[in-house]
Structures are given as structure tokens and as C-alpha cells.
Design a protein around this ligand. Structure first.
Ligand SMILES: Cc1ncc(COP(=O)(O)O)c(C=O)c1O
Length: 394
């Protein structure tokens, strides 16, 4: 089938803003010199742009809305009555899947990894507000197994639990569409294939040139969709992926997935491993495992110290974006990708003169999770930090 023929429903906004970041460019010392009338036009001189997919609208927005426009449409077309998905306790994808289900009159089911936390915060609070049916799957017992067997045992148990939940729903007359972690499906990635012509049209309308598009690499559907879209629509930019954790998805799997996209949507190209551009932020002598070692901060890459683990470098990047452009990145995903974006500019891997877009994929509720709030107390609300905040008392 041709990508243009795939149906979607507009539960999330498209045409999110593509905006210049002149204050960030100035802070990084990257503002082009200009004379005359051009000098006043900071926006056209800066070369740094942000694509605001944090503003996709659905339940506080984020990249998964574009995937869910297609996934929810598929669910409705095929007679499903419930949407079930998986993730960590603070999954943004889970929040948006719950929202998409509600908007479409489907039942929202979340299967979350780990133990039920004592304190409700961040995305989990929003999931509860929306009334999702939530199941926790605690696989801690598998940690006692030999390391090589743990992942498979955890996956097996999660699959068993999912099958039990589906059976319960089906016994009540429902049909459950099970959406994998991150909405990582061919149908979901269509949302990001189709984001490419949207970005190209905005670039044309706003007279923007950009040779680079920097995006997060998590479950990889966003990166893969953009890569495929850029190839298919002959985009002027290269898509660069920033892994959002040291233990990232193998590139070979992403290559296979992109080729599956090409085949399914009759796009007519083949992707090879060497065609993909990922940037890790550590030198090649440092293995991904070592890159995540908190004991060796010199080797902490763009992916930080671990999945959704607070780290000071990512936090300083979140602060930079907030203080220059008043835009909030999150500690689990976009703070890390923004770290990569700034790092690549500083290293000259990408250049402001060539134009570089940072894709903001949302996730701000992550700032209000218990773990990150606790960590940020140290930097922003220690006794010393508090002393810099004034009080007037009548
Ligand atoms: C805010 C945010 N950004 C980026 C990503 C990564 O996107 P993908 O899983 O498509 O690689 C996610 C995934 O959940 C996310 O929640």
C-alpha cells in the first residue's frame, strides 16, 4: 500500500510550529553577523530551529500523537473496542495512548513495568485522572536468574500477563488492540513518514534552509519514520538520531524496521547500516555500557546514565533551553536529545550556517515525576539556592 493511502484520524494536531531559536544561538555564540535590515532579523540569522512536536495537543502533547493518529484509525477501522499498551511507570507513550483511546471511545489499558509506586506523580497521575485501567507487572524475581536469561524471562512473564488481561476483556465482549512499547509499529511510524512533507512545506513557506534534523532514538519508530520519509520525499536534511539511554536499540534492528517500512508502503528504497547517522556523545573507544557509568562522568554520553535516571548534565541542558527559549525539555528523552543537538553544534558535526532543526518530542510531565523532582531539589531548592529567592513579609 502507498503511504498516502493509509487512513488516519486527527486526534493530535499536525502542522506544529517550526520556530527559530535566536536566543539559544546567541548563547552558544553562533549568531551570524549581519548588516543593515538583516541585522534586526534575529530569527533569519540564527540557523537553529525547533520543531514543536511537544505541541501536538493530545493530553499535553508529544511525538506519540502522530503515531496514534494512524494506530487509533486502524483500531476503529478494524472493530477494536480497547487499546492496550506497555511501558515504564512514567511512559509518555502510555499517557497518549490512554488519551487517544478516550478520544475514540475505546477502553484504555496500561501495562506498566515494575512495582506500584507509593507516591503518585507525573504521567501516572495523568493516567489515573483519565481513568485508565492500569496493571503493574513486577518481574523483579527474574533478577535472580543468570544475566543471560533475565530479559527473556521478564518478556515471557509480561506476555503471559498481557494474554490474561486480553482474555478477561474478551470474556466481557471487548476486542483489544495490543500496541507495542513506544507505538513501535509500521502503522505508527507512518505518522513520522508523513511529518517529513509537513516540515518541508514549512521550510519552504518560511524560507528556512536546514541540512540536519536531530531527533531522539528510543523505541526508534520516530527516527525510522523520519529517516524513511526523508528518503522517500527527498528531504534536504539528514536525520540524526540521539539514543536516549546508554543501552540503546541495536542499529541492525532499526535498519530492518526501516526496510519493512519501505516494503510495506512501497517506497522503493533499501536502507543499509552505514546509511544511518547516530551520535552517542562519547568517543568510539568507549563502549555503550561504559558510557552509562556514573562512576566515569567523562564518559557519560548524550544518553545520560540510564533510562529515566536523573543526571546533572541532562539537567543543565534542560536549564539552557528553558533560560534561552523558555521551552521545557524533559529529563528522560528530550533533555538528552537537546544535549546531543548542542554537543553536535559545539563539536562542529552540524553547523548553524547549514541550518539545524531539533525535534522536540514532548515529555514535560517527566519533570514532575517523584525521582526527578527529588533530584532537582538539590540544584534548585537547596539551602543555598533558596537563599537566592527572596521573600517580602508584611
Ligand atoms: C518524549 C519522548 N521523546 C522521544 C521518545 C522516543 O521516541 P521513539 O520511541 O519513537 O524512538 C519518546 C518515547 O516514548 C518520548 O516519550
Amino acid at each position: 500500500m502507498k503511504i498516502e493511502d493509509l487512513k488516519s484520524i486527527p486526534i493530535g494536531y499536525r502542522n506544529t510550529p517550526l520556530e527559530p531559536m535566536p536566543r539559544l544561538a546567541a548563547a552558544l555564540g553562533l549568531m551570524k553577523e549581519a548588516a543593515g535590515a538583516d541585522a534586526a532579523d534575529d530569527a533569519s540569522r540564527c540557523g537553529l530551529y525547533i520543531k514543536r512536536d511537544d505541541l501536538t495537543g493530545l493530553a499535553l502533547g508529544g511525538n506519540k500523537a502522530r503515531k496514534l493518529n494512524y494506530i487509533a484509525s486502524y483500531a476503529l477501522e478494524n472493530g477494536y473496542t480497547a487499546l492496550m499498551t506497555f511501558g515504564g511507570v512514567q511512559t509518555n507513550h502510555g499517557r497518549l495512548t490512554v488519551a487517544a483511546a478516550i478520544r475514540c471511545g475505546l477502553k484504555p489499558i496500561l501495562v506498566l513495568k515494575g512495582q506500584k509506586p507509593d507516591y503518585l506523580s507525573g504521567n501516572l497521575l495523568l493516567d489515573r485522572l483519565m481513568g485508565a485501567d492500569i496493571y503493574f507487572v513486577d518481574t523483579a524475581a527474574a533478577d535472580a536468574l543468570p544475566a543471560a536469561e533475565q530479559a527473556a524471562a521478564k518478556q515471557r512473564y509480561t506476555d503471559e500477563c498481557a494474554a490474561r488481561i486480553i482474555a478477561e476483556y474478551e470474556a466481557r465482549g471487548d476486542r483489544v488492540l495490543s500496541v507495542p512499547v513506544g507505538g513501535q509499529t509500521v502503522i505508527g511510524s507512518a505518522g513520522y513518514i508523513q511529518a517529513v512533507p509537513e516540515i518541508m512545506a514549512q521550510m519552504k513557506a518560511q524560507n528556512i534552509r536546514a541540512k540536519h534534523l536531530v531527533v531522539g532514538y528510543g523505541s526508534t519508530g520516530t527516527f525510522a519514520g523520519l529517516w524513511a520519509g526523508a528518503k522517500y520525499y527527498h528531504a534536504p536534511f539528514e536525520v540524526i538520531g540521539i539514543p536516549i539511554e546508554p543501552d540503546f536499540r541495536p542499529v541492525e534492528e532499526t535498519v530492518d524496521f526501516i526496510n519493512e517500512l519501505s516494503e510495506y508502503f512501497e517506497m522503493g528504497f533499501t536502507c543499509r547500516k552505514e546509511d544511518l547517522h547516530l551520535e552517542f556523545g562519547f568517543d568510539s573507544a568507549c563502549t555503550p555500557a561504559a558510557a552509562g557509568s556514573a562512576a566515569d562522568p567523562a564518559h557519560v554520553g548524550y544518553g545520560g546514565v540510564g533510562y529515566n535516571e536523573p543526571d546533572a548534565v541532562t539537567e543543565s541542558c534542560i536549564e539552557l533551553l528553558a533560560r534561552t527559549e523558555a521551552i521545557f525539555a524533559d529529563p528522560c528523552y528530550t533533555g538528552k536529545v537537546f544535549h546531543g543537538y548542542v554537543g553536535l553544534l559545539k563539536r562542529g558535526v552540524i553547523r548553524a550556517e547549514d541550518g539545524a532543526i531539533f525535534l522536540h518530542t514532548g515529555g514535560a510531565p517527566g519533570l514532575w515525576t517523584k525521582e526527578h523532582l527529588d533530584h532537582m531539589q538539590e540544584g534548585y531548592w537547596s539551602d543555598e539556592a533558596k537563599d537566592r529567592v527572596h521573600t517580602f513579609k508584611l
